[in-house]
Ligand binder design. Sequence first.
Ligand SMILES: Nc1ncnc2c1ncn2[C@@H]1O[C@H](COP(=O)(O)OP(=O)(O)OP(=O)(O)O)[C@@H](O)[C@H]1O
Ligand SMILES: [Mg+2]
Length: 283
Amino acid sequence: MMPERRAPDTAERPSPVGQTAPPADDAMLKSARRVRRNVEEERQARLAFLGTLAAGLAHEIRSPLEAIKLNAELLSEDIGCVHEGHRKEFENRLERVKREAEQLKKTLDEFLAFARPPKIEVFPTDINAYLRELIEFAEPEFRAAHINVVTDFADGLYPVAIDQAQMGQAVMNILANAREAIREHGEVRVATRETEKHVEIRIRDNGGGVKPELEEKIFEVFFTTRERGTGLGLGIARRVVEEHEGALILENRPGVGAEFIIQIPKGRYLEYSDAAAGAEKAK
Ligand SMILES: Nc1ncnc2c1ncn2[C@@H]1O[C@H](COP(=O)(O)OP(=O)(O)OP(=O)(O)O)[C@@H](O)[C@H]1O
Ligand SMILES: [Mg+2]
């Protein structure tokens, strides 16, 4: 170990009761602190660099993965060419390749969404119409699992400003969790309402809820209870909502179901209109 690193610990250690500590050498202390700060800065820089490398690597893996998926699909179409005796086995193996490639792609997409530096571009949005579109997109997977998606939208919502792509990912992650919690046969309710300061999106399921001791843990990155989960869904959702200066809250009913509430502040719309008005004036 480098002696400089040990110096501040020795100097700052409280003296045993009844003894007077020798006067600390001020210059030495300062230089030791500087070394410690440099070590910390270097660690941060290295971490940031690793993050960039990892994101780059994830990008590189995406294209060959797409090719694997596409070729597996093409092979499935030609399954008739395979000798009948081997066809079933062949088909199973191809399905496995497709499934694994799909899972890997999902993990990469989530990782990339997490590693990407946050930058949101907000626009005033009719939240009800926006949610209707998202639900329509997600519907087939819910229908396949016999899950009803019902809506309960408040009229005349304030047009809060959101980054539609990023908020869409947050909503989709929460919807996917609701579907996965229910597994089959159940109901997801998507509601909107307005409070004094926020517009709220509430997504409620009857999938049994979260164990009370896990209520905070589920928002941690890489925390998952699912065999095939990565544990990024809620981490991403919370970060996106917080970038909007909003909050993502869990209202949990253990044994019954979970409700996730996205609160979007109305203030951002004013910022947006001020900026737009400023740009108009400048013309
Ligand atoms: N609606 C829900 N009902 C019950 N438990 C939930 C619900 N949503 C999330 N959880 C719990 O929170 C954990 C973390 O969720 P998160 O979306 O972050 O990761 P994941 O779904 O496990 O994996 P993925 O990265 O694929 O989304 C889940 O594994 C699950 O235990
Ligand atoms: Mg998830």
